[in-house]
Ligand binder design. Sequence first.
Ligand code: SAH
Ligand code: TYD
Ligand code: ZN
Length: 409
Amino acid sequence: MSESKKCLVCDSNVEPFVSFGKMPIANGFLREDEFSKESFYDLAVGVCVGCKMVQLTELIDPSKLFHENYAYFSSTSQGMRKHFQAFALEALNQTTERSDRFVLEIGSNDGIMLRNIAEAGVRHLGVEPSENVAKAAIASGIQTRCCFFDSKSASQIRAEHGPADLILGANVICHIPDLHSLIQGVCTLLNKNGLFIFEEPYLGDIVNRTSYDQFYDEHFYYFSIQSLSELLNSYGLHIVNAQAQEVHGGSMRYTVCWAGDKTEAPALHSLKSREDQLGLDSLVKLNELKDRIEKSRDDLRSLLETLKGEGKRVVGYGATSKSTIVTNYGNIGPELVEYISDTTPTKQGKFNPGTHIPIMPYESFTANYPDYALLFAWNHREEIVEKEQHFLSQGGRFITFVPTVGIVD
Ligand code: SAH
Ligand code: TYD
Ligand code: ZN
């Protein structure tokens, strides 16, 4: 791990506005015999005084995060499967009807999005560096290349497959510290009239909802339309549309093409004005966010302590990477949260990073309902509440902390 307080986009200074102290790797769920070798880094977020890009102040080598034991399998959520089906088909409909169309996805994980492109019979390739999830995609018949997407791999892909009519990405562009190499790769591959459509957690929603658990190692950048526009424009690319999405606690889907290929959607202008009002690049506004984050942390701890004092059982719902930040920043361990229930087999039987709360299969939850379920997967709240009607009818209650701490009615 190397310290970086210079902007990785433009080399100006990054002004930190919130610091979380030492954090473990957010997706680093571990066994008991691994506790002693757990590694920590300083988690702080800042804004670049030059290009206004919000980013982490410390860089972790991507190969430490994305590898053969990557914990996140995208297809575990049914809601996300539906979301990506609609995304893929909508994007495909916007491309030319060229018979030999080629669709590339950056960060294709277990194939949650590309399976829809494959099923439509369209030539495709996923680029996915985490070997275990890439293998799952390959096993279900999705063409996948196991490597990091960058300018170099893009040139190789171009030589082997030709230009791409559609380049897709979701929750991955913000993971890539070297944005210049990424965009150069996109430029190498994007066909004339081609589209680059990607969707990422949106800084506007983090600010509005105080969803500070989006700040963690894998999310190196926190994009706004304005900060991305400037960067893409410098490569002759242009954002022509931005569409707000509810997934992952508030995301933005950007449609990008070669400058001059298409006209801007009218909605773009008002979304940019809203960013000015929110002050997404203003240190004053970002410092106010910091104050709300500290209050959220304190409120959650005191609610959990109160419930403990009343002898209530609280378990976590969803061992998300986001929960690593909430538990470590709030110093919440097994004394306050008995275990975390999660449906992902590779997380079960392990412990959460840092505060070492056990991760248990979902069956433990249904076999013996707790009094309260702390909704770490708050971004899947609708899907979960719908599924947990029996828990609720037995008197169980959900606790949330976004946008503020409280018990869900
Ligand atoms: N797109 C999926 C997965 C998001 S998780 C979804 O939205 O559910 C982020 C994924 O990006 C991981 O699978 C990780 O291995 C991959 N990734 C990280 N850096 C990458 C890079 N440089 N190129 C391609 N994929 C990358
Ligand atoms: P998610 O919020 O998508 O990701 P992140 O790691 O990026 O914060 O993770 C959801 C986690 O919650 C995942 O480990 C699966 C688990 N989960 C359940 O256990 N039950 C559910 O009903 C859902 C929707 C998710
Ligand atoms: Zn910068």
